[in-house]
Design a protein around this ligand. Sequence first.
Ligand code: GLU
Length: 166
Amino acid sequence: MSVLILTTGGTIDKLYFDALSEYQIGDSVVDRLLKTARVALPFRVQEVLRKDSLELTDDDRRTIADTVAAAPERRIVITHGTDTMTDTAQALAGRMQDDAAGKAIVLVGALAPARFAESDASFNLGMAFATAQVAGPGVWIAMNGTIFDGTKVRKDRTVNSFVASA
Ligand code: GLU
C-alpha cells in the first residue's frame, strides 16, 4: 500500500512575514511532518497548487480532481485551506462514479500554520494519513478530531471548526 499526499496550499503551509504583515504559503511541511513521525508506510508528496483556498477557481478544482484521477495510488490525502475545503470535496465527489471511482480521498488542513508551535497540523495530518489507509472509497474530511463524510459537513466560522450537516 502506498499513500499519495497532494498539497494545494492553505494555512497548514503558511509562513508569516513580519515586514509584509501577511501570511504567504511556503514549501509544504507535509514531507517533514511524516518523516518526523518516522512513517514507515510508503508515501509520495506532490504539489498541485500553492494557494489560499479562498482563491481557488473551478479550473483549480478540476486540476485537483484530474490529478486524483490520474494518480496510480488509490489512497490519497489532500492538504487544503479550510475555508473552501467542502467545495473541493463536492467537486471530487462528483467524480467518484467516474474516473476517481474506488479511491479513498481525505481532505485535511489546519487552522494554524504547521510552523506555529500550537498548530493542529500534525494531529490533523496524522488522522488523515490513517484514515486514507482504512476508509472505503469516497471523499472524507479529517478535521477537529473527526472524520466527516466530505459531502455532509460545513465549516462553522463562529466556532472555527467543522460540523456535520445534513
Ligand atoms: N483562507 C484560508 C484558506 O482557506 C483559511 C485558513 C485555512 O487555510 O484554514 O486557505
